[in-house]
Ligand binder design. Structure first.
Ligand SMILES: [Zn+2]
Length: 479
């Protein structure tokens, strides 16, 4: 761990973020521009996220499969908007086994096309529908400006691809999965999100409608944390995904896709982290509890260690993810800082006095210093610790929600909007015109994050042009 002081969030948010990722050993820069290595601690967090999501996918009837990393270039060209949207970001393989390929292969930037091709082969009749498949893996998008976890050439994610017999079913699926993402990010990542629809200019290349969950980071910028798309029959037409319906008529299927990547780890860091380092929500933290034994000599050591062992066994017994830091070459103070940097939600200190009093000391990561410290009896310790972890999870979400809500404002007019988006989100009416959207972006760098699913009834006028506007939208600068 570096001994230099971490830059503060206030003085340089972006450098603070990079340093946390590096110092907590979440990730490191790879020797390829724009690529990163997920280190074991960062990968463990991602594994916990995968499990939490995978459980939800299976509960909603989905199954996993694996499709190839390579996609023939001609596949991408079959859907006009899709290739237009993705062509600037493609990595293309032209040679294999020492000779030039007949057709270049694209390293998948997303898998609608190859999965669409397979669905055309597998779907014959309405009885074959719906198909609800998810894939865990990585994709490549040749980004120019990259950031650890937030935007890298290769990133890990999951992509769900479904095919349905009716538009209604596909639309339901799109919103169902958006809801699954929202549930995961709110309740497990402890990051509040707004569910909404993307404007035409911000939607996925090839989609009829894109929906999103948007979160506010610690620097008040927005981050798109997951998206779910209704494709209509666009990909079904491009790939001939057809089925015989109930009346023996041939019809194109209706498809969806939805994806969430490890950029959510970036969202987690930028929402909860503080000037001491990471703050991880207990539900996803690789270690929920770290136990630090405290002793000065062999006498104290022989009194303390058996208690540490007993407490650790008790916590493991209730399924708590714990780590005992029994390193003898570093001081307890060093260990405290080290685990604070790594964001472990709860620290248990056990020293000779605690052994005598039959108690342990607890220190909450989300409330630094004295206010977050308490002592509990060793009797019934496991249940008290688990309850404390729940409390931490809840209060992290509460704090993030209060922060977000205090930085969302309804502008009184256009000039007011340009001020608000410098340091927050503007919630206001928009006429739906792409020109108004572009003007706001040009003037303020803020984009329409989404049109929230929940729309107030009241009619009004567009914040930019003054024409009648039916929709409310969030405007913000975004990652
Ligand atoms: Zn307008």
């Amino acid at each position: 761990m570096s001994t230099d002081k971490l830059p503060t969030r206030e003085e340089n948010f972006s450098e603070w973020y990079n340093q946390i990722v590096l110092r907590a050993e979440m990730a490191d820069y790879a020797p390829i521009r724009g690529c990163m290595v997920a280190r074991p601690y960062g990968w463990a967090l991602w594994e916990n996220m995968q499990q939490a999501l995978d459980r939800r996918f299976k509960e909603t009837g989905h199954v996993n499969a694996a499709f190839p990393l390579f996609i023939p270039m001609s596949f991408l060209e079959k859907e006009k908007e899709h290739i237009e949207g993705f062509s600037p970001e493609l990595a293309v393989v032209t040679h294999g086994g020492g000779s030039k390929l007949e057709e270049p292969l694209v390293v998948r930037p997303t898998s609608e096309t190859i999965i669409g091709y397979m669905y055309a082969k597998w779907i014959k009749s309405y009885r074959d529908l719906p198909i609800l498949i998810n894939q865990w893996g990585s994709v490549v998008r040749w980004e120019m400006r990259t950031r650890l976890f937030l935007r890298t050439l290769e990133f890990y994610w999951q992509e769900g691809h479904t095919a349905h017999a009716t538009a209604e079913e596909a639309q339901e699926e799109t919103l169902r999965m958006l809801g699954v993402y929202a549930d995961f990010v709110i309740n497990d990542v402890a990051v509040p999100v707004i569910q909404g629809v993307k404007s035409e200019s911000e939607k996925f290349a090839g989609a009829v409608q894109s929906t999103t969950i948007e979160a506010m980071m610690g620097d008040r910028r927005a981050l798109q944390a997951g998206t779910s798309h209704f494709m209509g029959q666009n990909f079904a037409r491009a790939f001939d995904i057809q089925f015989l319906d109930w009346n023996n008529q041939l019809q194109h299927a209706w498809t969806t896709s939805w994806g969430l990547s490890w950029r959510v780890i970036g969202a987690m860091i930028m929402t909860h982290g503080d000037n001491q380092g990471l703050v991880l929500p207990p539900k996803l933290a690789p270690f929920q509890v770290v136990i630090v034994p405290i002793f000065r000599d062999d006498n104290e050591k022989s009194a303390v260690l058996p208690v540490v062992e007993r407490v650790s066994a008790e916590l493991k017994g209730v399924g708590c993810r714990i780590r005992v830091d029994d390193r003898e070459e570093v001081t307890p103070g060093f260990k405290f800082n080290d685990w604070e940097m790594r964001g472990v939600p709860l620290r248990i200190e056990i020293g000779p006095k605690d052994v005598q009093k039959n108690s342990v000391a607890l220190a909450r990561r989300d409330i630094p210093g004295k206010p977050g410290k308490s002592f509990i009896s060793q009797e019934g310790l496991a249940s008290q610790v688990m309850e404390m972890l729940n409390t931490i999870q809840g209060s992290m979400l509460e704090r993030a929600t209060t922060f977000r809500d205090s930085h969302i404002h309804e502008p009184a007019g256009y000039a007011d909007l340009t001020e608000i988006v410098k340091d927050g989100w503007a919630y206001t009416r928009w006429c739906g015109d792409a020109e108004c959207e572009a003007k706001v972006k040009e003037d303020t760098k803020a984009t329409i994050r989404c049109l929230p699913l929940e729309q107030p009834e009241a009619d009004g006028v567009c914040i930019q042009c003054g024409k009648p506007a039916a929709n409310w939208a969030y405007f913000a600068r975004a990652y």
